[in-house]
Design a protein around this ligand. Structure first.
Ligand code: NAP
Length: 321
């Protein structure tokens, strides 16, 4: 029997409908959720994300405030802008879009954001609450992983409380943005949680941990890191990775750039197609695991909805509702 493909887009649509009802209720009370982005300089990724947030706010019916400033603005001025966002009743959530230019300290900016408007859980206070098991704003991508696991469990007739308690969960990656918070969220649900990272791989111990897991959450930014050798039969794989690769037309190997020959067969890649893939070898795993999230169409699809959920929570907090 083939694996169940956990459909992130369908789950995102379900959550969107749930949130639309909640938003309608808030608007009848005069509460209007909104997001502000803070962008300094012109980093490509940060600019793309800013545009995506603006579009997303329009789709969700949220207010949107843009704060985009040239790279030579001073740190003191950026902090004054954050303070104005903290004081703006139309802004429920603030998203700092990093990287900032070198003269602006990430932590100085993050620490100046009101903890009640920190909708993606960047502030150390909110990360501390997450570690203590009392998150106000569980961060969006890690929450999307949990939401996908919970909805998968429900679909299988498993109460998520029972599904998590004592489950062997292996999180691959320990970044502050994804891996670590996913591990906290799993631990908070009483899963037996193992976190592995590049040093685990360097010691040759990755498979020892991943093959023992009922659930493997992979967030490494490394295409094909998890294949059939790395999981046990019947595991569930949640793939967070988003990697842009160049596919060799001769041997199918994933490469990083078109300018070099294929790292495996040496074929010319100048005309080769690009593709977005995760960290799991989907084609290989689909014959072995019980369920898997695709890339695209998995975790990434649900992430925005988790951000929307936190925005509604922030709007309620701000209104004291
Ligand atoms: P990151 O900061 O680069 O962290 C990657 C983590 O993976 C690190 O902890 C690293 O370990 C570990 N790692 C790297 N190579 C490994 C290997 N060979 N074996 C075991 N562990 C390894 O990246 P990130 O921000 O967490 O993002 C991870 C991936 O998720 C990226 O592909 C990113 O694009 C994607 N992402 C997706 C979403 C979404 O919404 N779907 C959101 C955010 C990120 P060390 O720290 O020890 O080096």
């Amino acid at each position: 029997m083939g694996a169940k493909i956990i459909d992130g887009k369908a789950i995102a649509d379900e959550i969107r409908a749930e949130l639309a009802k909640e938003l309608e209720g808030l608007k009848t009370k005069g509460i209007e959720p909104g997001i502000a982005t803070l962008l300094v300089g012109d980093n490509f990724g940060a600019r793309m994300y800013r545009g995506a947030v603006e579009k997303f706010c329009a789709e969700m019916g949220f207010n949107y405030r843009e704060e985009t400033h040239p790279a030579d603005i001073s740190e003191a001025d950026v902090i004054r802008i954050v303070e104005s966002l903290n004081a703006d009743a139309k802004v429920s959530g603030i998203l700092p879009l990093r990287p900032f230019p070198e003269h602006i300290s990430d932590s100085a900016v993050i620490n100046s954001i009101s903890v009640d408007k920190d909708i993606d859980c960047f502030h150390p206070f909110n990360m501390g609450k997450l570690a203590l098991g009392e998150p106000t704003f569980p961060p969006a991508t890690p929450s999307a992983c949990i939401e996908l696991m919970e909805r998968y469990m429900k679909g299988e007739g498993i109460d998520p409380k029972d599904g998590f308690e004592g489950a062997e969960i292996c999180v691959v990656g320990h970044s502050n943005i994804v891996g670590k918070p996913v591990s906290f969220l799993c631990l908070n649900r009483n899963a037996s949680t193992t976190t592995v990272h590049v040093f685990t791989s360097m010691k040759g111990n990755l498979e020892k941990h991943t093959t023992a897991a009922d659930y493997v959450v992979v967030a490494a930014g490394f295409p094909n890191l998890i294949g059939s050798e790395q999981v046990k039969e019947g595991a569930v794989v949640i793939d967070v990775g988003i990697n842009r690769v160049i596919v060799c037309p001769e041997c199918g190997t994933y490469n990083r750039a078109k300018k070099d020959p294929c790292k495996k067969c040496g074929a010319d890649l100048s005309e080769a197609e690009g593709k977005t893939v995760g960290d799991a070898n989907f084609d290989e795993l689909v014959g072995k695991v019980k369920a898997i999230t695709p890339v695209p169409g998995g975790v990434g699809s649900v992430t925005n909805m988790m951000l929307a959920k936190n925005t509604l929570r922030a709007a309620r907090l701000l209104a004291g509702a």
